[in-house]
Structures are given as C-alpha cells and as structure tokens.
Design a protein around this ligand. Sequence first.
Ligand code: TXA
Ligand code: MG
Length: 317
Amino acid sequence: MKNEYIFDATPEHIEQGASIIQKGGLVVMPTETVYGLGASAYNAHAVARIFEAKNRPTFNPLISHISEIDFLSQYAETDERVIALAKYFWPGPLTFVLKRKDMSSSLDLACAGLPTVTVRMPKHPVALALIQAAGVPIVAPSANRSQTISPTTAEHVWQSLGTRVDMILDGGACSVGVESTIIDVTGKDIVILRPGGVSKEDLELFLHEPVLLSHGNPKLPSSPGQMLKHYAPSHALRINAIHPEADEFFIGFGEIGPEAHLNLSHSGDLNEAASHLFDYLHQADEQTVFPRIAIAPIPEVGLGLAINDRIRRAAYK
Ligand code: TXA
Ligand code: MG
C-alpha cells in the first residue's frame, strides 16, 4: 500500500525528507535494524513530537544517528577503545552510551537530561544519505507505538504510526531485523544494556576481553528497552514450543517444526531468523483464526541472545 505519506527512497525524496527534518518535522527512515522515527537532535520541539507520536510513557533518551565518525568526538567524550570499536563496527548495529560533551540545551530532551549521550552510525544508504543531507544528527527510536512490535517495513510503520509522522521513506525490508546492540562504555567494563544486531561473541572477539550483560532492574530501567513488557504483540505468545496447540499460530525455527505456519530459518541460521522475527510476529498478530502464538526454542548464542530477549518480552504478561 502506498499513500501520500509513504515515499520510495529516491534521491529527491531523501532531499525532501532532509528539509522536513531541518524544519522540525518527523521523517521515518529505514535502517539496517528497524525503521526509525527521525527528527533533528537539536530541535526539542520535534523531539517532543517523537514522544507524543510513539506515546512513550516518559521521556526516554533517544539514539542520535550520525553519518561521520569524526562527529563523535564533538558530541561525546571518547577514548581509544571507543574509537577502535566505532571504526570496526560502524556503520552497523552497535550503539554507544557515552559521557555527553555537547552541552547545548537544545540537546537536553534528546538526552532526557542525562549526563550521557547515545550514538550510532546506521548501515543503510538511505539513513546515511538523509543524515548527511540534513546536516544534523538524527534522533530516532524505532518507528512504532510504544510497547508494540518494532517495524521492519514501511507498511509496519504506517500501520502503527499512520498520519502522526510527516513522511515515511520506504527502503524495503530491514536486513538485520532486530535493534542495535547498546553498550555502556562510560565505565571500565563494557556492559551490554540491550543485546542486538552485533553479538556479544563478536564484541569479545574484537576486544579480547569479556563484555558484561546487564540484566537491569525491570522496575527501574536504566534503559527502558530493559522493561519486561516491550515489543509485545496483542496475541498471547508461548515460547520454547515444540508443537503448537490447535488455536496457536506456530513460528518454527530450523527442524522445529514441520507443522509450523512460518519458519524463522529452515537451515537454523540465526541472522536469517533475526531478519524475519518482527515481520513474522506482525503476521502472527494479524491472524483471526489463531488467537495465540507459539514460537520454537532459539539457541542462546550469537544473534539468538537478541532474538530471545525480544520474544521473552513479547511473551511477558
Ligand atoms: O536499532 C536501533 O537501535 C533502532 C534504530 C532506529 O536505530 N533504534 C532504537 O531506538 O531501537 P529505541 O529508542 O526504540 O531504543 C533505544 C533504547 C531505549 O530503550 C532507550 O531507553 C535506550 O536505548 N537508551 C537510549 N539512550 C540511553 C542512555 N543514555 N542510557 C541508557 N539507555 C539508553
Ligand atoms: Mg523501540
């Protein structure tokens, strides 16, 4: 479905999007992880509109998306370790929580008044071109209403946010399919606040040191992405299912199972599974014949960590 809000991400439409961003509007952009609801990081009014459009319960800090690594050291306190990580994993699904350096008050809302700033460089030509053309960092949470399944197509965005945004740039389905890995690099140890598109194993392989995994306090989240109920479909979801019940729409993985309605990856490839996850949850949630969803067990390695994190939250009632 195309309409007056969804635009193919042509160079002309990207230019138009950039000018909307500069004027304080909201432009949805495709990234390699999920679609992001973008606004200028320095326009507090536009940032406030993001919270309103998403119906975020409180003002949560947003990720600033940049297109050039050099910008990072103007924005945040960096060190050799952070620069090395950024050079290796960017552009890509890795987000840093850093000590804030740019104290412009216009940036306060994007940072939710915290002494930290959260930054990533997305690996999607449309997102990079949009940021470049806008000439400002673009803050972008996932482009969905709060506590619903994240969007991996322009269609998902339209279904969730509709006319609350000014423009949706359609760049096709997101290739990674789960959100970025968020790491806190403000302390001595590196702590994963949210598992995502870069695996813990890949980080450790690069760093030659163990990376910690934050389990947070779900009641007092340091990262609201750590709240237990998040990414939730409206249908009840059962995890670690081997066989479906009669009223369940069954999402399989690998050999489990032949009776699945959809299979995240027949060959058991976790990257492929991540790229299908949110789309299949959207499809399962639209079923009228099956009021419940069941999902096969996913191994807790590589991107399996991010997938299991999302489906455990989706299953939480
Ligand atoms: O892949 C992604 O990261 C996508 C795409 C659009 O880039 N963005 C995304 O943003 O997932 P969002 O807002 O849906 O999730 C970011 C999470 C939120 O749970 C937020 O609370 C947390 O990151 N966060 C942001 N800044 C933080 C900070 N300074 N300290 C702790 N948590 C932070
Ligand atoms: Mg989100």
